[in-house]
Design a protein around this ligand. Structure first.
Ligand code: SAM
Length: 294
């Protein structure tokens, strides 16, 4: 333990490291600027407890030194650790089951018919963590259409966290994760491997993984039929969320759908661009008087 840390603990302070309001403010500004994260002053104890492991890993004596590391030109890697420490990647297969029921019953017949008629179908899992959401969507597609890999159906799955995207590309999960998969999809999705299970190649063929920060530029040019953005916008402040919903409206087909997380709500100008069609499920209202598809 460094002398300074030792002194903090000996001197009656409960904290192992000093953490001033100024240092908190600097970290909050950086997290906002790079990732859209909204850290109110009341989050200071949480930020402290989440980041102490980074100070230990880097063998730093205080938060001032940590701020210096973050601000260095080569501090990009540490910024990704900051993001991981301040957000959660927790997810599971078929999370918030109602969206998958809606997808299977209301959307999949139309999407498969569209693909069979020769059109492109595009689905975006936009904060996909380690990929369970995207593979659950792929299972719905394959269940509805076993020859889906030969049609023009693609699922784009993105997250800002490069480590999560690496994991997702492997498509390997611990065996306890299979518990969340409904029995009727297990044979379609899983093949065993030594340590757990592996997503079947047909599922992997439908999904393309990539890194993407939701608050920065999006390189995609095609409109999407369905967008999942669940349990990520919760980290953003209201204006950032509002802007994000508008951007989703811009990249959705007229009859396209947006699924958001259980504690998220559409607000701001985007409210006039969507109609609520189910639990945290929204349909794009047509632009320029185009007809909405049934
Ligand atoms: C709790 S997980 C949600 C996973 C999945 N969508 C679900 O609902 O189960 C939140 C994810 O949002 C990602 N995230 C946070 N800020 C982001 C940003 N600015 N751009 C893209 N992804 C972000 C995190 O890396 C994390 O993987």
């Amino acid at each position: 333990m460094t002398n300074q840390r030792h002194a903090n603990m000996q001197g009656g302070s409960h904290l192992e490291y000093t953490f001033t309001d100024r240092e908190f403010q600097m970290i909050a500004e950086l997290a906002k600027q790079h990732y859209g994260l909204h850290l109110q002053p009341s989050k200071k104890p949480l930020v402290y407890s989440r980041l102490t492991k980074r100070l230990r890993a880097l063998d730093l004596r205080d938060f001032e030194s940590y701020c210096t590391v973050l601000l260095q030109p080569q501090g990009q890697e540490e910024k990704t650790h900051l993001l991981s420490a301040l957000t959660t990647n927790v997810t599971h297969f078929f999370r918030e089951r109602h969206h998958f029921s809606y997808l299977r019953e209301k959307l999949m017949p139309g999407l498969i018919a569209k693909a069979k008629a020769g059109s492109a179908v595009r689905i975006w899992s936009s904060a996909c963590s380690a990929g369970q959401e995207a593979f659950s969507i792929a299972a719905m597609v394959l269940d509805a259409c076993p020859e889906a890999t030969r049609l023009n159906i693609k699922i784009l799955a993105t997250d800002v966290d490069a480590q999560m995207i690496q994991n997702a590309r492997r498509g390997q999960y611990d065996s306890d994760q299979s518990e969340a998969i409904p029995d009727e999809y297990k044979a379609l999705m899983l093949q065993d491997n030594a340590t757990g299970f592996q997503m079947k190649p047909e599922l992997q063929a439908l999904v393309t993984f990539g890194e993407l920060n939701l608050i920065k530029d999006w390189p995609m040019r095609r409109l999407f039929d369905v967008i999942f953005c669940r349990n990520a916008a919760i980290y953003f402040d209201k204006p950032t969320q509002s802007h994000l919903w508008q951007r989703f409206a811009d990249v959705l087909q007229n009859d396209g759908h947006l699924m958001i997380g259980h504690s998220e709500r559409l607000a701001g100008p985007a409210e006039a661009m969507f109609r609520n069609v189910g639990i945290t499920t929204y349909q794009r209202i047509p632009r320029n008087g185009d007809k909405i598809l049934p």
